[in-house]
Design a protein around this ligand. Structure first.
Ligand SMILES: NC(=O)c1ccc[n+]([C@@H]2O[C@H](COP(=O)([O-])OP(=O)(O)OC[C@H]3O[C@@H](n4cnc5c(N)ncnc54)[C@H](OP(=O)(O)O)[C@@H]3O)[C@@H](O)[C@H]2O)c1
Length: 285
């Protein structure tokens, strides 16, 4: 598996598997299937309420823990130093592991500076190997990065062929950070699977649109974490190591960038939705 080296020296697989919108029971089966297919990076989050499913898969899969790379994220309702620190302990317990490979702040809401201090503490205590951010943009991103002691290693953002995050990629480069693409298949958009430009490129290599889209991201040094509950799709999404895109192919795909995101976290209604999310979706609330 191809890896990238983070700004603190930790090696991270460039292709992983995401488990958003997969319930805990199914998540165990999905994560086991994904590991069997070959994935070693699994991306979960406190807010997915399936960390325990990932934990059972880690325990049962038979792959040594140090060959896996587990990412999780602290949710808004756990913001603030003490609460976030406790929640990290809870994530470790659910994930049935002594350490998290990469821990992110899921959303820049609430006392996220407190959350970051808790993550720095967990990092120094060896509970976490690398820390980072998700859904931080522009000034909010720069303000945090400039004001913390342990520089974040990764920024996770919606990124796919139609939205390639050129501006944020330039910005994170200044801090030696890496981009991790959520929604790398445009969250299952038909537009991606039927796109004629991707199809024409894929035909040359006997590859699908999804495979070309994922190869493009990883060849740009962007970590991609496609999600599928279907083992055959997991396998197909993983099967991108046996071809290379030419510079011309990549230039063609770069021109597909619209600069527009599917999900607008700046929308006030979306902000209210996120702030209420835990009350609606936490099975224990
Ligand atoms: N930080 C954040 O705020 C954030 C937000 C969203 C997601 N994420 C992370 O990023 C991961 C990936 O993003 P995502 O799950 O939103 O979207 P995605 O991976 O871009 O797309 C997933 C969708 O594509 C379908 N799909 C997958 N492979 C396919 C294939 N080869 N052919 C046809 N359809 C295919 C899946 O359906 P089936 O499952 O039915 O196959 C699912 O509906 C998440 O699972 C999560 O770990 C993070």
């Amino acid at each position: 598996m191809k890896t990238i080296k983070l700004n603190n020296g930790v090696e991270m697989p460039v292709l992983g598997y995401g488990v958003f919108l997969v319930n805990s029971e199914e998540c165990e089966r999905c994560a086991l299937d994904a590991i069997e297919v070959g994935y070693r990076l699994i991306d979960t989050a406190q807010a997915y309420y399936n960390e325990d499913g990932v934990g059972r898969a880690i325990e049962k899969c038979g792959v040594p823990r140090n060959e896996l790379f587990i990412t999780t994220k602290v949710w808004i309702s756990n913001a603030g130093e003490e609460k976030a620190f406790r929640s990290i302990g809870e994530s470790l317990r659910k994930l049935k592991t002594d350490y998290i490979d990469l821990l992110l702040i899921h959303q820049p809401f609430g006392d996220y500076y407190g959350t970051y201090r808790a993550m720095e503490r967990a990092y120094r205590d060896g509970m976490v190997r690398a820390i980072g951010l998700s859904n931080f943009y522009d000034a909010r991103f720069v303000d945090l990065v400039e004001n913390v002691e342990v520089k974040p290693s990764v920024l996770q953002l919606e990124t796919h062929v139609f939205s390639q995050q050129k501006r944020m990629r330039e910005l994170i480069n200044d801090y030696g950070m890496h981009l991790m693409a959520w929604g790398p298949l445009a969250q299952g958009s038909d537009r991606l699977f039927t796109d004629e430009t991707l199809k024409a490129i894929g035909t040359k290599y006997g590859k699908t649109n999804a495979q070309v889209a994922l190869k493009f991201l990883t060849s740009e040094g962007i970590v991609a974490i496609p999600k599928s509950i279907h083992k055959d799709r997991m396998a197909s999404n993983f099967n991108i190591a046996d071809f290379e895109l030419t510079e011309e192919d990549k230039e063609t795909i770069r021109r597909m960038d619209t600069g527009k995101l599917k999900v607008d976290f700046n929308d006030p209604d979306m902000a209210r939705y996120l702030l209420e999310y835990d009350k609606k979706f936490n099975p224990n609330s």
